[in-house]
Design a protein around this ligand. Structure first.
Ligand code: F6P
Length: 524
């Protein structure tokens, strides 16, 4: 049987060379409008390189990379995570007509929330989880609860004891629910912080602290062994990647904080993007075209990073959410066949909400030697009562994008300096400093307004974009082997710091020195 994926490395694929040539000779056309509408979003790729030859080369490259069967396999729950031999079936979690375990899990979560709401229980929630068991929950709670919630959510993810100390500070142990979110239920941070929370409940004289701790995990047995009551364990499955798990019961805290409607709404928007992705031909497919534009910027033009600029204060957690989704998925340099990929892959992702970002690092984006492609994300309509504020936000978003796209040539900068009354010689000198190169790529994603539906669609857009990029780069976008080594070294050093073992002679000089120092200081 023909393998699901094309196992050649990208440089071995003739269509790649054609794509590179077409991309190199393409330009960002300032007189063209390239819009794709999908699931309540409008994706504007007008400020990305385009040309009929590039569009054609992109479609041929997708065929060479077996896009259609691979997409089918993803959406049907086939084994697409080849190194862990698992499906990556997060789309099933948001399918409208879910059945079986998925429907049962949804029902259990809704019942739990309804009972808590009816009983007016849990004024405080301490959500303990990290990475994919944390960022999505923060994103949704902060996006839809920013004007205040009946339940206060305290997020604890870091192993730094100041995090759990701050997370529990001032809370009423009688009315606090501890939510331990961990797909593996082996993550040191979550188990240690969970232990501190358990001790905090016990110290408050709780006869049955287990009544106030729930877990969301794919490892129910481990949670039971840890002490969690069976009826307090909410499932997810190993075929759901951590960074794709927001669609599962990992969103229990979201439902408790801002309502089950928000969770259902997000699933609905994401499912609509799944339908668009599944059925739209490549040239009209938003995730596909966004993926190809990103590959041009990264692997052809050599931009090392991607900037995310949500022009919406409520979306500040979108950046760490996408950092994990993008960089844990695409931060790979080994192809599916085990050989070096041979081209630059996943960019470094960074960002900040606009307009704060403008006063922080947009100087670098406009005139820095490297620059970076920018994803501008904005909502057409605001939910606050100050239209002037929103008009200004929209104006700034479009202006920054236009400045990157069109730039300011020397002649315009000179005219500007002269018009300000600078002496000709100084004006000529100053104009060099005020010139903007332009032709700096960006995408614009417009949501009608920020709703659970449009946020869900937005996240699914990025998930599918990343799947297509992994497919073209020939890497596995669903594993994360690189995170394990550091954890193992940390366990080793922790034992040395704790005196359970000698300092490992295999350490480099500097590590050995500091382990000895810290061990000493932790004994005094
Ligand atoms: O270390 C990285 C990682 O495994 C992520 O992929 C994951 O989202 C996070 O840690 C938390 O893992 P878990 O949900 O199993 O505690």
């Amino acid at each position: 049987m023909e393998p699901l994926f094309d196992l050649r490395t990208l440089p071995e694929v003739p269509e790649w060379a054609d794509f590179v040539d077409a991309a190199r000779s393409a330009r960002i056309a300032t007189d063209e409008l390239r819009l794709i509408k999908a699931a309540g979003l409008t994706l504007d790729l007008s400020a990305q390189r385009s040309a009929p030859a590039l569009t054609h080369a992109g479609t041929r490259l997708l065929e060479a990379r077996r896009f259609t069967p691979a997409r089918r396999a993803l959406l049907d729950g086939a084994i697409v995570n080849t190194t862990e031999h698992r499906a990556a079936w997060h789309t099933a979690l948001r399918a409208p007509a879910a059945t079986g375990d998925i429907a049962a899990a949804r029902q259990r979560m809704d019942d739990f929330v309804r009972q808590a709401d009816t009983a007016r229980r849990w004024r405080n929630i301490v959500h303990i989880g990290i990475g994919g068991s944390d960022w999505g929950v923060r994103l949704a709670v902060h996006a839809f609860g920013y004007t205040g919630m009946w339940r206060q959510v305290h997020f604890v993810s870091n192993i730094d004891g100041h995090a759990i100390e701050g997370g529990l500070a001032g809370l009423d142990p009688q009315d606090t629910l501890i939510v331990m979110a961990s797909k593996s239920f082996t993550t040191a941070e979550t188990l240690e912080n969970g232990q501190r929370a358990l001790e905090w409940l016990r110290a408050a004289g709780h006869r049955d602290p287990w009544g106030q701790i729930v877990a969301i995990t794919a490892q129910a047995e481990r949670a039971r062994e840890w002490g969690i009551r069976n009826d307090h364990i909410f499932p997810l499955w190993d075929w759901v990647g951590g960074r794709f798990s927001l669609w599962s019961a990992i969103s229990l805290t979201v439902a408790l904080a801002v309502g089950t409607g928000v969770v259902a709404g997000m699933q609905g928007g994401a499912a609509a993007m799944d339908t668009h992705f599944a059925n739209s031909p490549p040239v009209e497919n938003a995730p596909v075209q966004m993926a190809l534009a990103g590959i041009v910027n990264r692997s052809v033009l050599g931009y090392g990073s991607l900037n995310i600029a949500p022009y919406d204060y409520r979306l500040h957690d979108l950046i760490p959410y996408l950092q994990q989704l993008e960089m844990e998925s695409l931060g790979k340099s080994v192809a599916l066949n085990g050989a070096p990929v041979g081209v630059p892959t996943g960019p470094a992702v960074w960002g900040m909400p606009g307009t704060d970002a403008q006063h922080t690092f947009f100087q670098w984006l406009h005139q820095g030697s490297d620059g970076a492609p920018v994803d501008f994300i904005v909502c057409r309509h605001a939910d606050h009562g100050w239209p002037r504020h929103h008009q200004s936000l929209l104006a700034n978003c479009l202006a920054q994008r236009e400045a990157l796209l069109c730039g300011k040539p020397y002649a315009a900068a000179l005219a500007e300096s002269l018009a300000e009354g600078h002496a000709p010689e100084r004006a000529r000198w100053l104009a060099h400093h005020r010139t903007h190169p332009g032709q700096r790529p960006s995408s614009l994603i417009v949501l009608s307004r920020l709703s659970p539906y449009t946020l869900g669609a937005l996240l699914a857009l990025y998930e599918h974009k990343i799947f297509v990029q992994a497919l073209i780069w020939g890497i596995n976008g669903f594993d994360q082997w690189g995170v394990e080594y550091g954890k193992r070294l940390a366990r080793n050093i922790l034992e040395s710091l704790g005196g359970q073992r000698e300092i490992d002679t295999a350490h480099d000089a500097s590590t050995a020195y500091w382990v000895a120092c810290f061990r000493e200081s932790s004994n005094t």
